[in-house]
Design a protein around this ligand. Structure first.
Ligand code: SF4
Ligand code: SF4
Length: 216
């Protein structure tokens, strides 16, 4: 009969007096190692809705839907937990100081209903063109750009209007002056196409015609 080696004997004795290395899940909650790479989570207060994370995701585990027909226009950011490989590219690319989406310690991803439980979402308010109604960007993203640009943001009416409206410092006298000159479009939040068209064709508008009206 082959006799056990000394090391195996020691291990056997050790296992009698020490806890096992493995956790007793599901009888006890499992606490992952601090550097464990679990499922990414959005932070709705930090995320800007810029879509950089969606661009870099190698498995298309991130998507978005822009909803403009019901209530407040909003962008729904979607993370599909069943296709995510926890690579961390989304966190690395996040323009919000890597805080808009972050890998968490959440490792328990089993679910019963894939259609309802395999994804997580957050909503971000959208800025809509005040002439044609097309999507410009998320409001938080516009604010972020304006803050980054500082005084340079005043070269873009859409950016400075976004900033002034949020600060609540729109001057009614300025508004009236723009109206009387037929330049209300300068006080509106517009998409690039409408901004270009209104800028190029304002002089041709008949008195009293709405900015951009009749443009195709
Ligand atoms: S961790 Fe990787 S796979 Fe998962 S959502 Fe982020 S980029 Fe996509
Ligand atoms: S701010 Fe970060 S998390 Fe939000 S959409 Fe942009 S890259 Fe993704």
């Amino acid at each position: 009969m082959k006799l056990p080696k000394l090391r195996e004997l020691l291990e056997a004795v050790n296992s009698l007096v020490h806890r096992p290395y493995t956790s007793r899940f599901p009888f006890e909650p499992h606490t992952p190692y601090p550097s464990f790479r679990g499922q990414p989570k959005y932070d709705p207060d930090r995320c800007l809705g810029c879509l950089a994370c969606e661009e870099v995701c190698p498995t298309e585990a991130i998507a978005h839907r822009d909803l403009t027909d019901d209530g407040t226009p909003r962008r729904v950011m979607i993370h599909y937990t069943d296709t995510c490989i926890f690579c961390g590219s989304c966190e690395a690319a996040c323009i919000a100081d890597h805080q808009g989406i972050r890998l968490s310690a959440d490792w328990e991803l089993s679910f019963f209903d894939r259609a309802k439980e395999s994804f997580e979402t957050i909503d971000k308010e959208l800025a809509i063109c005040e002439i044609c109604g097309s999507v410009i960007a998320c409001r938080d993203h516009l604010r972020w750009i304006a803050e980054r640009l500082g005084e340079l943001a005043f070269s873009s009416p859409t950016l400075y209007q976004t900033r002034l409206r949020e600060l609540g410092i729109i001057d009614p006298i300025l508004l009236e002056a723009a109206r009387s000159f037929g330049r209300e479009d300068r006080m509106k939040i517009l998409c690039a196409r409408c901004r270009r068209q209104t800028t190029l064709t304002t002089a041709a508008w008949p008195q009293g015609q709405e900015a951009g009206q009749g443009l195709t």
